[in-house]
Design a protein around this ligand. Sequence first.
Ligand code: ADP
Ligand code: MG
Length: 697
Amino acid sequence: MNTVTESFGSLVFDDRAMKARLTGEVYRAMKQTMKKGQPLNPKVADAVASAMRDWAVEKGATHFTHWFQPLNGVTAEKHDGFISPAPDGGVIMEFSGKELIQGEPDASSFPSGGLRATFEARGYTAWDPTSYAFIKGKALCIPTAFCSYGGEALDKKTPLLRSMEALNTQALRILRLFGNKDVQRVTSSVGPEQEYFLIDREQWKKRRDLVYTGRTLFGAKPPKGQELDDHYFGVIKPRVQAYMEELNEELWKLGILAKTEHNEVAPCQHELAPIYTTTNIATDHNQLTMEVMQRVAEKHGLVCLLHEKPFAGVNGSGKHNNWSISTDTGVNLLSPGESPYENAQFLLFLTAVLEAVDEYADLLRASVATAGNDHRLGANEAPPAVVSVFLGDELTAVLEALETEKPYTGTEKSEMMLGVLTLPRFLRDTTDRNRTSPFAFTGNKFEFRMVGSSNSIACANIMLNAAVADTLGKFADSLEGASDFDSALHELLLTSLKAHKRILFNGNGYDDAWIREAVEERGLHNLRTTPDAMKALLEPKSMQMLIRQKVYTETELRSRYEIMLENYCKTIEIEARTMSEMVSKEILPAVEKYTASVADAAAKKLTLVPVLSCSYEKHLVQKLSALADQIEKGAAELDETLATLSTVTDTPLLAEEIRDRLLPKMAELRAVADEAEVLTAREFWPFPTYGEILFAM
Ligand code: ADP
Ligand code: MG
């Protein structure tokens, strides 16, 4: 296979494969299932499974696995062979409908936040027929949801599918109010732009911090950073180009429409964007993309770093979650329309998103909270931890006109009247796109930019879908009973905009003045750390909303809260232990060796020429000895703090202690170690420096 069109999706059991391999009847049943979420009858499932197996075996697969997304943030799979003994002593390749539809992985090693204890030790996986099966290596992978026997979700896909269902239900109610009878289904779509760092594998191997934690825990600032902006959209280096080419080819085979690639702001930083698709598929694809990115890097002698902040003082990595909602008739509900009614409908959806983001800003913040992402959000970097929405000048003016009940005269001289809303046809907003905004409207979609680069996009979209669904539901409640739809709609939009316009901000999101204004004048949340943000999951208002929309049960929310905080604690504890080990095994021995060599050199000089002052050596030895003492003290304090924290058993309390006591100790230790790095001769320093890693490519 040599052309892209031939190889695209060649490892996916997609519509083309289904059409070619299923009988007409089975194919139609399968399509119904995919479209409406109807269960497959066992006969059809058997037929699909056997066609899938033949297809996979022809492509070299020997195993199958249910592929799912447990709460530890990676994907999981347990491989079973197709092979089965035949009566004649040979073997046959078997795969039944039952095996396709449901599996029972041993769930005990996946995080459950105490859920499984109350139910059963085992969980089960259930096929998500809306996401195509694919081949990875020698395994046929079947995208599945992962639940406990009590039906509680143990993964990210289940609540995501529920949130999409909620959005569908509520959006349909609104569309019916606007007289729309054709639309059968409303779905949210996502295009996640993925940022990453690419570094040399040999150098990576020499740094325990990168190997164990994905980020550097030490490292003095190099003389050159990103200040020249010479990397952004710069020429892509041949080695990186070769990587990107192979990455694209691998992703295309998996049916992932990787489309754009360019350099990002920081040296070694790049971005990949796929063409947007249905949210649950986009989520599966993003997980696969991250996996393939790392695998292909290895082949090229590189390492793909997905951590949110691999290098201090250098731009971090995120994901821009481009989100929109559209109908099965092909209408993007976040796109301004042609007729007055379409525009009124657009304004309603827009207003619903604004209200949802304002009402549940803390929940959105919580959905992206991880130890890694705390280094971006809330640390002087875009976007800030304060959630606000950027609309651009034109839409802002439209909403202002609506709110103040003044006619709007836009670029096309249209008027907006009361009752029936007449809006100008907006062009894709041409105003300077605000890169600092955490939540920006970009013409026909919203771009949620707070998601961390290593994070699954599931959680952010679950909260977004659920909050918007809930707001649409509330709007539908008030409009369905109205005697005069037009004025009820007008009143509704007016009230909502008045109440929620505080969330709108078109300015510079990481200006200190904005943070002050946001918090003090507008009363917005500024949740800088994961322990702060996670509390939103247990806020009665958020819980009630998520339960009302049937996205989570209370038990599931409590277990997720527990798991997220546990992840936070474990991540930072591993970092602290890694620091301690690097100090005692590498940094202190190196400083000691170098100090001794400087002292030896001075002693030798003095035996030759006793009158020399040797002030350079003396100063250096003095400074390095003092730093070594401080490093030793810092490491001892770090170990001590770790030891005291090991007695704290309450997870939320432990998370706060880690943030308030352990993180500051880590920062102190790093500061003195970095000072020592600056003073130590390169040949003595035990691992590659920032400059070497960042400018090696
Ligand atoms: P920009 O760079 O202007 O933000 P791009 O065209 O590069 O826009 O798109 C960025 C991402 O947004 C891509 O993944 C793209 O597929 C996705 N995207 C474009 N339109 C939509 C939409 N209507 N809904 C969701 N995602 C979209
Ligand atoms: Mg973008």
